[in-house]
Design a protein around this ligand. Structure first.
Ligand SMILES: Nc1nc(=O)c2c([nH]1)NC[C@@H]1CN(c3ccc(C(=O)N[C@@H](CCC(=O)O)C(=O)O)cc3)C=[N+]21
Length: 286
């Protein structure tokens, strides 16, 4: 029996309805949630992603501001933009679209974002809150979206072996922390892992977040595993595809996320959710 699809679009639709209601309730109190998206340069893929985020905000009733800066923007100019957004009470979330042009120091830019507006969850303060389980901070949108999908299918994580392939600060590492917080036994694999397949075959829950088309083949997946595909690759035909060989793996997995229509839409949904959460926290301090 082929795997069941975990439909990120359908789940997003449902969650975004709730988010829109929360946005409306905040707006009625004079606290319309606001997200600022900063895009430096003209990378075509980034332009599409940013447009999708702004559109999602509009549909949810979240105020959004798009700041497009030229590719030659200096580090200091960018930091000044961030400082202005940090001080802007109508803005509850600040997202600086990555990657930045090479002459800019992305780490320094992220740390310049006020932690209480770090809706991407990339700031050290957010990473520390996730790692310790202490309050405050925001969970990074992509792994949080993955966790929401696991919850939506009723996947019990306690005592299960979760294998995360990829160790980025944006996906792999925070994903592992979230799974650990749910009492899964977590293994993180990466480019230096010896015999990747031997480890992924042990996974009850397998999260692939590498950026390599068809990295995960059928032989690497335990029958009945839940497979979450975070990859966003363009294949030779220009088609969007994940890290998982979907055709093969869907024959052995119990559940699998498609690309597109899986993790991608959930990433944007969690960005909206974090922006609402930030506005609610700001309202609490009023
Ligand atoms: N500061 C920052 N925060 C980010 O969250 C961030 C970023 N920079 N830089 C780039 C990556 C990429 N990313 C995606 C989000 C949604 C889809 C998405 O919705 N994808 C659709 C398909 C879109 C298409 O067809 O091209 C899907 O999977 O169904 C894709 C990619 C967020 N990122």
């Amino acid at each position: 029996m082929p795997a069941q699809l975990i439909d990120g679009l359908a789940l997003s639709k449902k969650l975004r309805l709730q988010i829109a209601q929360q946005a409306q309730a905040l707006s009625e109190q004079g606290l319309r949630p606001g997200l600022a998206v900063v895009l430096v340069g003209e990378d075509p893929a980034s332009q599409v992603y940013v447009r999708n985020k702004i559109k999602a905000c509009e549909e949810a009733g979240i105020h959004s501001v798009l700041q497009k800066l030229p590719a030659q923007t200096s580090q200091q100019e960018l930091l000044e933009h961030i400082a202005a957004l940090n001080a802007d009470a109508s803005i509850h979330g600040i997202l600086v679209q990555l990657p930045l042009p090479k002459h800019l120091d992305a780490d320094a830019v992220i740390e310049a974002i006020a932690p209480e507006k770090d809706v991407d969850g990339f700031h050290i303060a957010s990473a520390g809150a996730l790692m310790t389980g202490l309050p405050g901070g925001f969970w990074p949108c992509t792994p949080h979206g993955c966790l929401q999908m696991l919850d939506a299918i009723g996947c019990e994580l306690r005592g299960k072996h979760a294998v995360v392939v990829g160790r980025s600060n944006i996906v792999g590492k925070p994903m592992a922390m979230m799974l650990l917080a749910r009492s899964a036994t977590v293994t993180i694999c990466h480019s230096a892992t010896a015999d990747l397949g031997a480890i992924t075959r042990q996974a009850d829950v397998l999260v692939a977040a590498v950026g390599k088309e068809k990295l995960i083949t059928r032989e690497m997946v335990k029958p009945g595993a839940v497979v979450i595909d975070v990859g966003m690759n363009r294949n030779a035909q220009g088609k969007l595809c994940g890290d998982v060989d979907f055709e093969q793996v869907q024959q052995v997995a119990s559940w699998i996320t498609p690309v597109p229509g899986g993790v991608g839409p959930m990433t944007i949904t969690m960005l909206l959710a974090n922006t609402i959460e930030s506005a609610q926290r700001a309202a609490g301090k009023k």
